[in-house]
Design a binder for this molecule. Sequence first.
Ligand SMILES: NC(=O)c1ccc[n+]([C@@H]2O[C@H](COP(=O)([O-])OP(=O)(O)OC[C@H]3O[C@@H](n4cnc5c(N)ncnc54)[C@H](OP(=O)(O)O)[C@@H]3O)[C@@H](O)[C@H]2O)c1
Length: 331
Amino acid sequence: MDLLLLGGTRFVGRHLAEAALARGHRVTLFHRGTTNPDLFPAAEHLLGDREGDLSAFAGRRWDAVLDVNGYVPEIVRASAGRLTGAAAHYTFVSTLSVYADHTAIGRHEGSPLLEEASGESYGVQKAQCERVVEELWPGRSLVLRPGLVIGPHDFTGRFAYWPWRLARGGEVLAPGHPGLPFQGIDARDLADWAIRSLEAGRTGVFNVVGPRAFPDVPTLGELLELCSAVTGSGGRLTWVPESFLLERGVVPFWELPLWVSGPAHEGFHRLDNRKAVAAGLTLRPLAETVRATLAWLAERSGELPPRPEGGPPAPLAPEREAELLAAWRSQ
Ligand SMILES: NC(=O)c1ccc[n+]([C@@H]2O[C@H](COP(=O)([O-])OP(=O)(O)OC[C@H]3O[C@@H](n4cnc5c(N)ncnc54)[C@H](OP(=O)(O)O)[C@@H]3O)[C@@H](O)[C@H]2O)c1
């Protein structure tokens, strides 16, 4: 098939491009030429800007479009509208953040979404983007709602923090308790299923989370023990109550990655993925994602990717972790 990817050179899109090329498709990547522009010499690269210059689409046709980097409804409207006559099928990469209620366990594709009136957050905007795509491509669109995406090339370093931290060994500060739930979709599983889906002309909305079929949700304890076993570093986990960490200003999800705190997020790591699993989503064992993440870190001299300036806080520095552990012990 001839596939047009909007994006494709950072993380999720990069895996989509890799999967599409591996499955023998002709791939065109549309981007500005600033992020890893030398990747994928086997693909065609069209330079432009979703926020203004769409002229590279003129006179072109593809079988399907994959919109990976749409965040703002009007920007999505411009590209998705421009392309309605240029392809038969449109896939939009959305997010679980579109759901209105993170307290609910087992949210499925029909669960309520955030409305425009609830502000301008990432989730509200992505929900609006979904509506734009469904309006412009009725019956011809596939909407993917991934949970946390994990694996190599994740520039946020959120999942990578734990394999990285356990590999260093010693006493490891773990947030809350080992029974906290954890879900994440390996970017390669997401990409493989997305490409197979558009080959099949699949339409509709799908939660795309892993690493197992709901309601079998791993725990943070299982993940951290797995990281310890895979790295063989003998790291010892010290679980510190959430209230202690919050009182000391530790930022959930970012400073201690993957940890979401309190009843407001009860359902965050418990999304129902059974519709996608029934439609052929395959999920690799979590240990494979941990190993691949460590291999990717090794290519980067073992360093976590730096946090962009002005972005959310970086994972705890070793000194701060040691201070918090000492404070906890001296209680
Ligand atoms: N990471 C997660 O855990 C997670 C979870 C749920 C959902 N998601 C969704 O997954 C997607 C993540 O995307 P990604 O960044 O990993 O995708 P990506 O497609 O690998 O990278 C972003 C691409 O967009 C291009 N780009 C950025 N701004 C552009 C513009 N104005 N015009 C044209 N091209 C532009 C970049 O290249 P240039 O800079 O060269 O233009 C790059 O190729 C998002 O839709 C996000 O909402 C992510």
